[in-house]
Design a protein around this ligand. Structure first.
Ligand code: PMP
Length: 369
């Protein structure tokens, strides 16, 4: 037994709102085809690898010093990228960066949620929103998405009026269901919301919808857009998320951030990855094309497929999704069981990986639906 095995979780003076909860836990299994965590399937180019290695090597000469606490150069690069792609003139003061967008969301709830406050989300959506709410002792309120997984605007406005949440989470495109929220609907929700609206655009680059960044100037005390380099930028291992908002929101986050949270290596590597963005983001178009191919084939096989603006697809309906998930795994294809009636979620991979996934799907269509 381990040292300390005499105490179990139940013996600890854990906060009540964490009792009985489960940690985030997508299985990390070593199988040939991994289509379960919405990563970008394209590995970094040799030029990007070399640039990261050289940049980190150069930065290592200063490892005895703390990193730039405000990550100014990186934030300037992110502002430039987001301005270029959204047409909204953002600068360093509009951007904050952290170790993945999960840390961004946590910092936002530390500043705008917390004890006595509430966060409202529309489920099914990203499973970390309630977990980060619990972790910051923010009361999580779950409203429902429509049966087709879209956001029913009238219902959403009613729930916001009824619950007056301090924070509203909108995930666009939504994980795990796939569709983006039109900007008119976003604006209507922001109008109705009494507090902060976090638009989680982790998959924004895969969508044709304009970014909610366009709403910041109109609603500077409300709209915060969360983004990540984990998906389109193929930088999940690098851990870099960021937000775009008014400078006042960045000032609020500074009150809760840990000093020097972004390491010298992270800042150097992320800046290197951003320098290669044209190359990396060219891969997004091929992922979108593969998504359309996978959707068409699944539909032809008789699956119900939810419309997707992201790099994954929710599909079904399986009689026993857990059993079907295992059948994919038995054939070497790891996908995700998000725990939604009869549905499984597959990340769009390389064409060969998608072929492997579709071969199992062909086998299962007659037996498992
Ligand atoms: N938001 C959404 C909707 C996500 O799906 C994810 C990753 N699965 C994240 C945020 C967090 O990603 P990261 O911390 O890697 O930026």
């Amino acid at each position: 037994a381990h040292v300390g095995a005499g105490a179990t979780l139940a013996d600890l003076p854990l906060r009540d709102n964490l009792r009985g909860k489960q940690p985030y836990g997508a299985p990390q299994l070593d199988v040939p085809v991994q289509l379960n965590t919405n990563e970008n399937p394209h590995p970094p180019s040799q030029a990007l690898i070399d640039d990261v290695a050289e940049s980190v090597r150069a930065a290592a000469a200063q490892l005895h010093r703390y990193p730039d606490r405000d990550a100014v150069a990186l934030r300037a690069d992110l502002a430039q990228y987001l301005s270029e792609t959204t047409g909204v003139e953002l600068d360093t003061a509009n951007i904050w960066a952290a170790n993945g967008s999960n840390e961004i969301l946590q910092q936002l709830l530390q500043a705008f949620g917390g004890p006595g406050r509430t966060a409202l989300g529309f489920v099914p959506s990203y499973s970390m929103h309630p977990i980060i709410s619990d972790g910051t002792d923010t009361t999580w309120l779950a409203a429902k998405r429509a049966a087709d997984f879209s956001l029913d605007l009238d219902y959403a406005l009613g729930e916001i009026a009824r619950l007056a949440p301090d924070v509203v989470f909108l995930t666009s495109p939504n994980n795990p269901t796939g569709a983006a929220i039109p900007n008119e609907d976003l604006a209507a929700i922001v109008d109705a919301a009494p507090g902060i609206v976090i638009v989680d655009e982790a998959y924004g680059e895969f969508s044709d919808q304009p970014s909610a960044v366009a709403l910041i100037d109109r609603y500077p005390a409300k709209v915060v857009v969360s983004r990540t380099m984990s998906k389109a930028f193929a930088f999940a291992g690098g851990r870099l998320g960021y937000l775009a908002a008014s400078p006042a929101v960045v000032d609020a986050v500074l009150l809760v951030r840990l000093p020097y949270h972004l390491s010298v290596q992270t800042q150097a590597a992320a800046r290197a990855a951003l320098r290669h963005r044209d190359d990396t983001l060219a891969g997004v178009a091929s992922i979108v094309a593969e998504r359309e191919r996978v959707v068409a084939r699944l539909t032809a096989l008789g699956y119900a497929v939810a419309p997707s603006d992201a790099n994954f697809v929710l599909f079904g309906e399986f009689a026993d999704p857990a059993a079907s998930w295992q059948r994919y795994l038995d054939d070497g294809v790891l996908i995700r069981d998000p725990g939604i009636d009869g549905r499984l979620r597959v990340t769009i991979g390389l064409d060969t990986e998608n072929d492997a996934f579709l071969r199992v799907s062909e086998k299962l269509a007659p037996t498992d639906l």
